[in-house]
Design a protein around this ligand. Sequence first.
Ligand SMILES: [Zn+2]
Ligand SMILES: [Zn+2]
Length: 277
Amino acid sequence: MRFIGGHVSIAGSIANSIENTLKIGGNCMQIFAGSPRLWFRKAFDDSEVQKYLNGIKENNLGPVFIHALYLVNLATPNPEMLEKSINSLVMDLQNGARIGSSGVIIHIGSHLGTGFDSVKDQVVASIERIIGLTENCDLILENAAGQKGKIGSLEELSFLIKKVNNPRLKICLDTAHLFAGGADLRSEEKIEKLIKELKDFDLLDRLACLHLNDCASELGSHRDIHANIGEGKIGLDGLRSFINQSEFLHLPLILEVPGEDKEGPDLKNITLVKGLV
Ligand SMILES: [Zn+2]
Ligand SMILES: [Zn+2]
């Protein structure tokens, strides 16, 4: 059985994520551990955590990932912004450990045009600090679509993984980001090439999950616009072929699509994906 779920809301209580997942037919999920647009973070309430854990058990739900807030930038030249980024990630990881989360997924951030070389030491030191201050929850780096300054090419991810050299540092691949970054997932040959690159970069063993999104922007456009499954430029055949590669079969599939009603991953998209595996 494959783990398939989507990004769902925890509005009201973290325990509400369970009903939100069951409603869309998911058996795993991704959540924010607070507002994605505010720095403010607090520890989850004990009774809500208990309620949540009971719900996970009763409904036999699989891995739960936390997506870090969008403001995080480990490559920022602004020291205050860097401290806020690190503190929010530490809090997300601590909350993650309390709910048994499989990991906190982050967009590493942007060097704002100065180049990866100029920020890589800061990013490595920040990741080491975050991992050193936490336990029992992984930190998962997501690939980027290659938008100007955004860190997260396979080469950059590989550098960070090797440099930090900690088993708690993992990778999430987003299909829309791969495609917008130039990897043509519609071609079996290009998928094989991508898998070879992952091998060569020593990233294959580090994969924690896939973000399964169709892509509304063109191949290599470096524009990150998610589309509903089968409604984007990758299409059903490309997505089917990608997720069924033997190297990826063990990976949970997390949807971050707009949904029919623009309210996020829904039953229709999840059902479509169930038909692809
Ligand atoms: Zn993603
Ligand atoms: Zn994206």
